[in-house]
Write a new protein. Sequence first.
Length: 113
Amino acid sequence: MMPLDLAAGCREQSTTINAKMHATLLKHFEAEECDSFMIKSMKKAALEELLIMEAVVCINDCKEIVAFLNRSSLKTRLCSTVKQEVETRWNSHRDLLVSLDNEWDKVRSRHEN
């Protein structure tokens, strides 16, 4: 795993955090009374970065689900298409999340059957 690099903002490279690591990092980034103002500020910035990384991981998971759906036969069973994110298009992350949300119940029911 790449180290957490707050200065460079390399969120895409640091998205290999699993749930256990996430919980551990959250615990370590909690401000304590004995911390100086500078340490509290750094912990707050690191916590904000961790929350952003969590969102990036969720979006990447959604991308993988949409890619799977578009390659599989499930695509024809959905009422509307699920949109894949395109780096150069405005709002394509939003389109991906909205389209997956609209079809999520159907996707889940197909998976459970």
